[in-house]
Design a protein around this ligand. Structure first.
Ligand code: PMV
Length: 344
């Protein structure tokens, strides 16, 4: 049992290149962002476990005594295991959720309950290694996404910039501090459905789609090489090549069928300001990234953000290569972070 407030955080992430291709064994380059999700773990004396996820409007509470009385023998305590479809059904029963619930809010609560019942009940939440955090995060992802590649949990655990291929992870040494604009089109999409769509397109047109995946792989490798060069001596030409890679990948992703009108709009608006964008992650809406060249003047960035906001999108200026999962001491928090957390 915790005796004091524990504050942990993990970075948001974007995939620079290689989304979807990574599901088929190709390379993905993923980077942690300086936009973090904070989790405050606070001991309660009211005998309840409270879950408060303000960003997605979730506030739930369970009696610890009742949770302890639940028959959780269907979960393998302490072992990092995947949740089987049968266990998922039982978990929904435990949570009192309808069998057919599949929306993000229900899945987020189920993911929490699964991790809580598997980790906390068995008292294994101590000084676990990053590997263990990563493994559990992967299982949490599986509850929500079905069959993820593992790149998302890896980059949020280790931070920085990672090359990921078939479970093999290597960190890029000293990635350049690229600035990007992260734009959320706010168009909801199902990663599961989009990944399945690419798979069926690959099965239907193997001669056409397999070369696209190979080409995306080559884009990721070229980007990795370039980031290495930039770490040593960044030059304006590097940014031009990065922009070309972004454009080519965006076209490939469209050809894979994971584009969306909102993402086309994002590309057009940023292109009107001379900047290049691509979708990041599953596509079909969701988020896109725009490379902010260092020569850009701030008023230009502000004008572009304004134009994107008028499309109904949300934007954040951020940089890549943030630290991975971290524990924070309350005293060392920046005042704005502390203020934001006080609101939770
Ligand atoms: O949309 P996100 O951020 O969950 O990313 C999905 C990335 C995919 O490559 C499409 C799927 C995966 O598991 O890697």
């Amino acid at each position: 049992m915790l005796s004091e407030v524990l504050l942990v955080s993990a970075p948001g992430k974007v995939i620079l290149h290689g989304e979807h291709a990574v599901v088929h064994g190709k390379v993905a380059l993923a980077v942690a962002l300086n936009l973090r999700t904070f989790l405050r773990l606070q001991p309660h004396s009211n005998g309840k476990v409270d879950l408060n996820l303000p960003n997605i409007g979730i506030q739930r509470a369970w009696d610890v005594a009742k949770l302890q009385m639940l028959d959780t023998s269907f979960l393998k305590q302490g072992d990092v295991t995947a949740l089987t479809p049968e266990q998922m059904e039982k978990l929904k029963e435990v949570a009192g959720f309808p069998e057919d619930c599949a929306d993000h809010e229900h899945l987020a609560v189920l993911s929490f309950l699964y991790l809580y019942l598997s980790i906390c009940q068995s008292q294994r939440w101590t000084e676990e290694s990053l590997e263990l955090i990563n493994k559990w995060a992967f299982q949490g992802e599986r509850v929500i996404h079905g069959n993820p590649s593992g790149v998302d949990n890896a980059v949020s655990t280790w931070g920085g910039a990672l090359r990921y291929q078939q479970g093999k992870i290597s960190s890029l040494k000293r990635p350049p501090a690229l600035k990007i604009l992260l734009t959320n089109t706010k168009v909801p999409r199902s990663t599961k459905a989009l990944v399945a769509g690419v798979r069926s397109r690959l099965l239907k047109f193997p001669e056409i789609v397999a070369p696209l995946l190979t080409s995306i792989d080559a884009i990721s490798l070229e980007c990795e090489r370039l980031l290495g060069e930039m770490a040593a001596a960044p030059a304006p030409e590097h940014y031009l090549v990065l922009e070309e890679l972004i454009d080519m990948n965006q076209h490939h992703l469209n050809a894979l069928g994971v584009g969306h009108a909102s993402l086309d709009r994002l590309c057009q608006v940023t292109m009107a300001h001379g900047l290049h964008s691509k979708l990041t992650g599953a596509g079909g809406g969701g988020c896109g990234i725009t490379l902010l060249r260092p020569d850009l003047e701030q008023p230009e960035v502000e004008a572009m953000k304004q134009a994107l906001t008028s499309c109904g999108f949300d934007c954040w200026e951020t940089s890549i290569g943030a630290p991975g999962v971290s524990v924070h001491m309350a005293a060392s928090l920046d005042p704005p972070v502390r203020q934001a957390l006080d609101g939770l």
